[in-house]
Write a new protein. Structure first.
Length: 820
């Protein structure tokens, strides 16, 4: 064989690997402690169409690690499945008058084939789809378990509504006021919906980020921190005239209480309706019509004219005793803090603007710098206008004034220090068809009743085509026979809950299911989950920073508290890969700049595409396909492959006696490659393999020659290192070197430490302070020998140019300084 036919090589090895199943994870080996485990995971795909360049990139990167772990002797769990519920399938079914399953399962088969051709080291025996009843039965079971713990509940409140998808959305799915999926502007609706109590874990979710910080990207950790949004402040009780209960506000600036000159309640909070006087009710109702049209982003923005309505009532500032008016406005949100604020226009810009618009008093309680010309002053400064007979904050900095005020309020029973989180509970119910039905029955007598465990799964009724059209209420409502049931408690007529679960619920626990995917008796095997978990490396995209990655963390903590697993965090380390773009832009249909993976594979072969993606850049960076040269990758692979043909079949064993220079390069490369893979510098690792290939070629052609045992050693190392990136080429080389498949399990080459010791160092020679020569010398060279060698160097001689040498300073082995 003289030419390298990539497609023939692919066709040759695929069936061999299918037969060998080299990546089947062995539970027993891990349970018995025979081998140490590694759990490698990449985000499972949504089955829309065939695999694309993005999938190709993320799996190529992820596979470097998984294959490396196998070579290092670990037992590796590297599973794959499909996140197969969701809107694209449902929308396609509506368009084509079909069933979402038709679209879903066809695409899964296509992707499955492509993944195998792409030779990712997945353990296919563990695959599953989240839309199979055998899986979603356990999604439903977990929902019921969480509900038993009070972690899933139903409540009425204003929720995010996507007018295009005709369904509610979680806060995490609203990005800059728009639907994360379709981009439509999100509005608010008052609805009764199901929630997971993510807030129960707010503090723990925050605390654990400290441990994750070193192994997760800063970007993801910081967005989670901001999303959880812990703030420290106080609840302050204000007495309202003619009302028994106090009006409690949440403030992060209790130090500014002396400057609270009015109060504002969220216009759409129930509280506003309770407080408003009869005369003002009409005005409030009119105002509410306007408020409901606004998005949250607009409501909170500072550069927008302030609107509001006086509620007709007054409260008393507890520190100044002043009567202050209470307003309703949209810049205060109903579901944050207590839904009411004390307004301090001197220190808060939105309050300032409201005060200007409504002609309300402004009192500064923090002294701005002398040259201050702005409105509200939000910075640090000494307290002013902040004293009464009992408390005097004058001159204190913000922190001291805060602490002093909180202590005073607590003593007087007027308030208390509190911690507040921005994180809201996760709204999980959806008014769409293609998801796991919520396993609850609504009975007029018994209320909400859980579907008994032995009746799970609650399977989706057969609806298709036009029945699935979004109409604002769940399409499941149309399946009358499915909806009408008898109550499991009283046996009377009752109705099923017709909402389905957010698909993010399915993906919040799928990594548990992989440890025992066929188990029909439980969601997952706890012993196996404890043995395999947590996931050692998770590879995926940044877009999931506060969605999937936060939900999965919440689920893990909830399952731990249910006694189902003993780990606290699911992903010990997280690698967020960049995107594959083209001509500087995101690939998209409208730009017509998409790159078709199938065509790339046809033209260059699997290995060249994989190698290109891994070699392109550090894994976190974007890859512009327009700048890539898969043809160049293919040439490199051919050069590597040719080496295996040049190794003489009778070459001796490569230990003692081989060409030492080549052996040094080989051992140094193998040694460094391990560290580079572990620190995720995959592109540098590939560059080093390329250097080794060049060094070996040189040794064959103009050095020790092909029969030298060091050559065989080098080429074997190339094959094993390449197996992480270019599995077909590596296998082919391995066979040509006389080995049986598979190189993927050959084991990492042993490094001879002695060959890593440097045999020479570079010595710099300076004349009159300028570097004139670099000498390669032995690390233990004597001062006198080094001086002699330096002075004998022609370049040094030229620099001295016959002048008398006054002094030679020698610092062996690194430096010689000649003074003339
Ligand atoms: C008085 C004050 C004075 C405030 C001042 C700020 C600066 P974070 O840090 O995000 O927690 N606030 C409280 N509840 C609110 C709601 N439901 N809608 C809109 N704003 C609300 O923000 C807490 C601060 O945001 C609170 O502290 C409150 O205004 C406002 F110089 O109280 B502050």
């Amino acid at each position: 064989q003289t030419s390298y036919d990539v497609h023939a090589v692919e066709a040759k090895w695929r069936p061999v690997w299918e037969e060998l199943q080299p990546f089947a994870a062995d539970d027993a080996a891990v349970l018995s402690g025979e081998r140490e485990k590694r759990y490698a995971l990449t985000m499972f795909p949504y089955p829309s169409g065939d695999l694309h360049m993005g999938h190709a990139e993320v799996t190529a990167l992820h596979d470097v690690i998984a294959r490396y772990w196998w070579q290092q002797g670990f037992e590796v769990l590297n599973p794959m499945g499909w996140d197969s519920f969701g809107l694209p399938a449902e929308n396609a079914a509506i368009r084509n008058d079909a069933h979402p399953a038709d679209y879903t399962y066809g695409n899964i088969d296509t992707q499955h084939d492509s993944f195998r051709r792409y030779a990712v080291s997945f353990d296919w025996s563990r695959r599953f789809n989240t839309s199979d009843p055998a899986y979603y039965r356990w999604t439903q079971w977990l929902f019921l378990k969480l509900r038993e713990q009070g972690l899933a509940y139903r409540k009425n409140s204003p929720v995010n509504w996507c007018p295009n998808d005709q369904t509610v959305l979680a806060n995490e799915q609203v990005v800059d006021g728009a639907c994360e999926r379709c981009g439509a502007e999100v509005t608010k609706r008052e609805l009764t919906q199901w929630y997971f109590r993510t807030t129960a874990y707010a503090q723990e979710l925050l605390d654990c980020l400290d441990e994750l910080q070193p192994t997760w990207s800063d970007k993801v950790v910081n967005s989670q921190r901001n999303w959880i949004g812990r703030s420290e402040g106080a609840h302050v009780d204000f007495v309202v005239e003619g009302r028994e209960e106090p009006l409690t506000v949440y403030t992060t600036r209790p130090d500014t209480l002396f400057g609270a000159t009015f109060m504002v309640v969220a216009a759409d909070a129930a509280l506003a309706g309770e407080l408003v006087t009869a005369e003002q009710r009409g005005a409030l109702d009119d105002y509410l019509v306007e408020v409901r049209k606004e998005t949250e982003i607009n409501r909170l923005s500072t550069d927008r004219p302030k609107t509001g309505v006086f509620l007709g009532v007054h409260a008393t500032n507890p520190l100044t005793g002043t009567r202050i008016p209470v307003y309703a406005a949209d810049y205060v949100l109903a579901d944050y803090g207590t839904g009411a604020i004390m307004a301090v226009p001197g220190q808060d810009q939105r309050d300032w603007e409201f005060a200007k618009a409504f002609d309300l008093p402004i009192v500064r309680t923090v002294e701005p710098p002398a040259d201050w010309e702005g409105d509200a002053f939000t910075g640090e400064g000494p307290a002013i206008n902040s004293a009464n007979d009992e408390i005097d904050l004058s001159g204190m900095g913000v922190d001291e004034a805060k602490a002093t005020t909180i202590a005073f309020l607590e003593r007087q029973g007027l308030g208390r220090g509190t911690v507040n989180f921005r994180l809201r509970d996760w709204l999980l119910s959806r008014q769409r068809y293609w998801g796991a039905p919520i396993p609850i029955i609504h009975c007029p007598v018994d209320g909400e009743v859980a579907v008994p465990e032995d009746q799970l799964p609650v399977e989706l009724p057969e609806l298709r085509g036009a029945d699935l059209k979004p109409k604002g209420t769940s399409p499941l409502g149309a399946a009358t026979e499915w909806v009408e049931v008898t109550c499991p408690t009283c046996g009377g007529p009752a109705k099923r809950d017709t909402d389905t679960m957010d698909t993010f619920v399915d993906s919040s626990w799928y990594f548990f299911r992989y440890v025992s995917p066929q188990d029909e008796t439980q969601a997952f095997d706890t012993t196996l989950a404890n043995a395999w978990g947590p996931i050692d490396l998770y590879v995926g995209g940044d877009e999931h920073a506060v969605l999937h990655l936060l939900y999965a963390r919440f689920f893990t903590k909830a399952l731990r508290d249910l006694g189902l697993v003993d780990w606290d965090e699911p992903f010990s380390s997280y690698l967020s890969q960049g995107k594959v773009i083209n001509h500087g832009r995101k690939m998209s249909k409208s730009l017509g700049n998409g790159v078709n993976l199938g065509e790339q594979l046809e033209e260059f072969g699997v290995d060249a595409v994989r190698l290109t993606l891994v070699f392109a850049s550090p894994p976190e960076d974007n890859i512009d396909w327009a700048d890539m040269s898969p043809g160049g990758s293919l040439k490199f692979l051919q050069r590597a492959w040719r080496l295996s043909g040049d190794v003489a079949s009778d070459a001796g064993t490569p230990a003692e006696g081989g060409d030492v220079a080549l052996r040094r390069v080989t051992h140094r490369t193998v040694h460094d490659a391990a560290g580079l893979v572990e620190s995720h510098r995959f592109n540098v690792m590939v560059a080093r393999v390329m250097e080794l290939v060049n060094a070996t070629r040189k040794a064959i052609d103009s050095g020790c020659g092909p029969a030298d045992p060091a050559v065989r050693e080098a080429v074997e190392a190339v094959a094993v290192l390449l197996s992480l990136v270019a599995p077909y080429t590596a296998e082919e080389m391995w066979e040509r070197l006389g080995h049986r498949p598979t190189v993927a399990r050959a084991g990492w080459p042993q490094v001879d430490e002695a060959l890593l010791v440097e045999d020479h160092v570079t010595c710099v020679v300076q004349v009159k302070g300028k570097v004139r020569a670099r000498l390669e010398v032995a690390p233990d060279i004597a001062d006198a020998d080094l001086e002699a060698a330096a002075l004998a160097d022609p370049a040094v001689q030229r620099a001295i140019d016959g002048a008398p040498v006054r002094k030679v300073i020698v610092r062996a082995p690194k430096l010689v300084n000649v003074v003339v």
